[in-house]
Design a binder for this molecule. Sequence first.
Ligand SMILES: C[S@@+](CC[C@H](N)C(=O)[O-])C[C@H]1O[C@@H](n2cnc3c(N)ncnc32)[C@H](O)[C@@H]1O
Length: 380
Amino acid sequence: MADTNNLAELGGDHPSVHLSTAEPAPAVSSADAALMDPDAEDEELTSEEEEEEEAEEEHHDNDNDRDSAYGESLQASDMASITSEITKHRYENGRRYHAYRDGAYWAPNDEVHNEQQDMAHHLWLLTFDDKLYLSPIATPQNVLDIGTGTGIWAIDMADIFPAATIKGVDLSPIQPSWIPPNCIFEIDDVTLPWTFHEESYDLVHIREMFGSIGDWDELFLQAYQTLKPGGYLECAEHSVTPVSDDGTVGPDHVFTRYGVTMNELARRRGKEFDVWVTLEERMKKAGFVDVVAIRKKWPMNGWSSDQKEKELGRWNQLRVSQGIEGFAMRMLTTVGGWTPAQVQIFAAQIRAALRDRSVHGYLDVIVVYGRKPESYEKSY
Ligand SMILES: C[S@@+](CC[C@H](N)C(=O)[O-])C[C@H]1O[C@@H](n2cnc3c(N)ncnc32)[C@H](O)[C@@H]1O
């Protein structure tokens, strides 16, 4: 791996940076990390770095991520530059983004967006009657959560299965420090070759990685290799294009324009959003058997007369209202060439549409899971 940003190059079979340990370590801010770097104090700041420092200060009051705990592996001096790298953020158009593997991910990692992600977690639980996963595994021992985000799913899993080890991996250091002792977070890029031990996990969980992955087949193959025989891969995704069964979301509706635009830009970027329709086939192609796909709907507000759908719709409305600027800003400004003001107007139009109950829009939602056969011919 030629890329010097690849943390996997720097360690043995466990390349990533552990962010949390059973004993929460003192918080390490980027400023602290810079102090740990022997080269840092002699360096003159470039104007870009100065800008970033100013933005960091500006956002300091709202920045709870500084509370993240960093494990002992980061306290060694030879790791200081990595500490600094992963704890940095990039600010664009008033939003905060990850800096490690800069530009790899399309959404912000600030408090506003992370709250949206936690609302999405609630929505997933509501959808599947509080089940954290649907694969038929009674007591998983080793679980891997790919693109763990705020770590909310991994933490819930660790609470429910105290004898299991749950590992969450993400580009962003946005996971909390006070976590169950059997939960581990690592910062890594899951599109790079995985270095987890082969055949060591009972469950690999992937949720809402749409728009983040260039090669889903490769991702699934890596999951296959990492799973024990008989282990499960489970993938939960949703569409970004609201549709309706009664024609109330027409071709010119702002929901349709949003979905078409986001999908087009994501395709141009080489990391599609519309992956939910392909998951079942891809899982079979990767070698998984007994693949099951379960489809649901998330209404765009409380328009439905069905009580459960109404509740899902209210939560989805709240989630999208909170998240819409973050969903759209980076994609539309960087890939689409829009101005931030244009994105804000578009977001306001979507928020207004979300309040209209005469439009019966919903998002398609899917969970697909499949088993790695107990016996198979090893091709890797
Ligand atoms: C939409 S969020 C989903 C978070 C979490 N799975 C959940 O459902 O709550 C997508 C997450 O994937 C992470 N991500 C995107 N690309 C990644 C990559 N190449 N490697 C690791 N994490 C990545 C982002 O940082 C973000 O936290």
